[in-house]
Design a protein around this ligand. Structure first.
Ligand code: UD1
Length: 416
């Protein structure tokens, strides 16, 4: 099992380009089977989850070629509708293929991953919404879902603005008869990116980024070339790492407005942040200060995916910061690893109190999930001495070329 070794206590300094967004490229890859001709996606990050999505596309019958950060997909022969559990289990977001495959072939048979990473991740809203569009869905043994039916536009009201459920409805409805209205839709930038891509292949989607999305079903689509947006969570992670190490970094290729809640919190903590078009400069000269309670919420609120990275930075701040996690039930698993490095964190249910300590020390830790793993990396960079982070497969799902990026910022790290 590989580990990341970090010799900490050095300020991060330098400039890096931020990768394309994992949470955009995955739905875009699923959406590519709805295109009438070849699709070229640019700015695709080099990640294990992207490889898993490509494997599913090939299994469905699409031709896929990869050329650096570009992925070429020819969906013309994508006629399969069954994805075996072994493929579905490799990443949680494979469920996004459900709506796309159903729309393309009129049926879909997939399983959804069980298990627990951040707490239960049900897909009841996805299924209920697809039923509203006319799908007949049978849940078989061992979490296998069989869907079929001629879909028809409908009014779908989500009880919570779920990112994945919003994406599945958009994918399922954009080529069916009639108009679909999604109420209480997720407003994340990745939803806008999906709408941008769907419109680029000839679909008619309006209102993405607002709570009401209107989708007019179209009969015909075409190919397109489309650039994936920058990964706001990765950008935020490097911001937190720079802040925790008293560093000075420039991030290129980002959309600063997508990070507003995080940058506001880091400014309140004492960081200087300047934005120049798609570049973000962050400088931290003194010790970080604790900030007002951080409450995670659907976009445009504070991203749950940045809770763990910011928590790592706050472990070395002066004062107490409270974190309240409202999206996932079990999203403080990184606290144990941070404590092993000397952090003072008390958790109770969905609240964590972080009492800043002067310094952290190196320790052997294990990533329990993707963003939790990122928080251990940040703490290890700030800690004095050497740390190791195991279970790197979690980090490889979301951070492309992690150690090269960290080294470009002056970190001393190695994967063994
Ligand atoms: C997406 C992101 C993930 C991020 C999350 C919240 C991707 C690939 N992943 O995940 O990084 O942390 O949004 O911003 O884009 N829920 C239900 N029933 C459902 C669906 C969701 O109860 O049918 C609940 C979930 O258990 C969770 C909450 O709704 O508590 C939010 O989930 P959702 O927005 O769907 O997250 P994902 O799309 O899984």
């Amino acid at each position: 099992m590989s580990k990341l070794w970090i010799s900490g206590g050095r300020r991060l300094e330098g400039e890096i380009t931020v990768q394309g967004a994992k949470n955009s490229v995955l739905p875009l890859l699923a959406a590519s089977i709805l295109a009438g001709d070849e699709v070229v996606l640019e700015n695709c990050p080099d990640l294990a989850d992207v490889d898993s999505a490509i494997d599913i596309l090939r299994l469905l019958g699409a031709e896929v070629k990869r050329d650096k950060d570009r992925i070429h997909i020819n969906p013309c022969n994508a006629a399969q509708s069954e994805v075996p559990p072994a493929y579905m289990r490799r990443m949680r977001s494979s469920v996004i293929f459900l709506g796309a495959v159903l729309a393309r072939t009129g049926s879909a048979c997939m399983s959804f991953p069980g298990g627990c990473e951040l707490g239960p991740r049900p897909i009841d809203m996805h299924l209920e919404a697809l039923r509203t569009l006319g799908a007949q869905i049978v849940e078989e043994e061992r979490n296998v879902i069989r869907c079929a039916g001629q879909l028809k536009g409908a009014r779908v009201r989500l009880r919570f603005p779920s990112v994945g459920a919003t994406e599945n409805v958009m994918l399922a409805s954009c080529t069916c008869d009639g108009e679909t209205i999604i109420e209480n839709a997720a407003r994340e930038p990745e939803i806008e990116d999906l709408a941008g891509f769907l419109n680029a292949i000839g679909c008619r989607v309006r209102g993405a980024g607002s709570p009401v999305i209107l989708i007019e079903g179209v009969k015909k689509t075409h190919g397109a070339r489309y650039r994936v947006i920058a990964d706001r969570i990765v950008a935020g992670t490097y911001c937190c790492a720079a802040a925790a190490t008293g560093g000075m970094v420039t991030l290129d290729g980002v959309e600063p407005s997508h990070l507003a809640h995080l940058t506001q919190a880091l400014e309140a903590a004492g960081c200087s942040i300047a934005v120049d078009d798609d570049r973000l400069h962050l400088q931290m000269k003194q010790r970080l200060r604790a900030v007002a309670p951080v409450v995670t919420a659907p976009y445009p609120g504070f991203a749950t995916d940045l809770q763990a990275p910011l928590m790592a930075a706050m472990t070395v701040a002066q004062g107490q910061t409270r974190f309240i996690e409202t999206i996932f039930e079990n999203r403080f698993q990184h606290a144990d690893g941070l404590r092993a490095m000397g952090a003072d964190i008390v958790t109770d249910g969905r609240t964590a109190w972080v009492n800043g300590v002067g310094t952290l020390h190196g320790a052997d830790t294990t990533a329990t999930d993707l963003r939790g793993g990122a928080s251990l990396v940040i703490a290890a960079l700030a800690a004095h001495g050497e740390s190791s982070i195991g279970a790197l497969e979690h980090l490889d799902r979301g951070y492309a070329h992690l150690e090269q990026q960290l080294r470009a910022l002056g970190a001393v790290c190695e994967r063994t």
